[in-house]
Design a protein around this ligand. Sequence first.
Ligand code: TYD
Ligand code: MG
Length: 454
Amino acid sequence: MAKVKTVFACTACGAVSPKWAGQCPDCGAWNTLQETVQTPAARGPTLVRGQYAGDRGVQSLHQVPTDAELRFTTGLGELDRVLGGGLVEGAVILLGGDPGIGKSTLLLQALALLSQQLPALYVTGEESLRQVALRAGRLGLQSDKLKVLAETSVEAILQVAQSEAPRVMVIDSVQTVYTEHLQSAPGSVAQVRESAAHLVRYAKQTGTVLFLVGHVTKEGTLAGPRVLEHMVDTVLYFESESGSRYRLLRAVKNRFGAVNELGVFAMDDSGLKQVANPSAIFLSRHDGDVSGSVVMVTREGSRPLLVEVQALVADSSLSNPRRVALGLDGNRMAMLLAVLQRHGGISTFGQDVFLNVVGGVRLSETASDLPALMAVLSSLRDRPIPAECVVFGEIGLAGEIRPVPHGEERLREAAKHGFKRAVVPHKNAPRRGAIKGLDVVLVQRLSDAIDALF
Ligand code: TYD
Ligand code: MG
């Protein structure tokens, strides 16, 4: 028998090296090299000529038929929104998330709805069919047309898929499946990559929509190699703040739509419910005015959302005071504190500064600059900002307040929720005249905003 040869593969990037090292020489990640059995190149060629992605030969681009971008809805509006308006034929979607967050529940619900219109197949490698059936029963799903399979061999799955010809297929999860071409254990880098490659190729060739469920590591990235994210069309993350019943579905990559869309669900004892109007769920309702809290209107994807930015500024005993930002960019916070010092004349050198966005929302847009800084100031001075006031705007390094996109829509959303006052960039003045019930204060410089609020 030939001697078994082992190599060390990085669990982050998939690079192999002959010797173990503390740091991956390729991607620089620490403690990610794992010993795996090296296998000879799979005999079945991984890339069959003329078969990849189902197309053959060279054509000019305008001759390629494009009427195929037919979108069909999943029946869950929030999922469709994050997918960019529904499913596209042959799309491969990777759904990541912590254990117990509700990935299986979400896909089972979506697939039960889809199975009413299209052939659908749910493949589970983690649960028994009995468990899946019990869950479907508890969720009250109409499951008469939904096909289920408990299987972990990719070859067996694809054989079933070929005879059943589903239009939508779920693999729960990609870490439990294995291909017989490789000898390494399911969940190892090589297996995950190779199994996913087989499944993706099948999806592209047949136009089947494929959902892959992926586990998330302690560090919050998808377990298995990052290459998985490159192989699929769409990467979705399902997440929540610990203890909250709300679940956020977010796209981090999408070849068929925008990536800043946010889908909101609530988990209760009968499964996931869509939250179609999530605008105000992220506000913590205080009994009175509290300092360090500012409500802003963000625009995640295609709809405005009211969120609360909180700050805590406390005297520090450290020579290097702490700066912690949750849900906001830490570098941006450092920059904003420098602007506050230079253009507002207010320094926080001796204080720890903590910033947090309520409800586990992550803000990536610059409209959070002004609310974040106003929350810091409110906490520093222990002066509450009235609860019926909203703030948004970008801050430039020269202390100017810059406009943000869709200002008017944000203002109308705030007015709809009963806010009475808004402190916003000068250039975001509503064009279509005054907004009923909302006193809009326009500011041009940081000092104007400070004067308006304190
Ligand atoms: P699950 O979909 O199994 O999570 P994942 O596949 O992401 O690991 O979700 C399991 C969790 O959801 C579990 O903690 C219980 C909760 N849950 C409910 O609260 N209500 C329900 O109706 C269901 C089915 C699950
Ligand atoms: Mg699961």
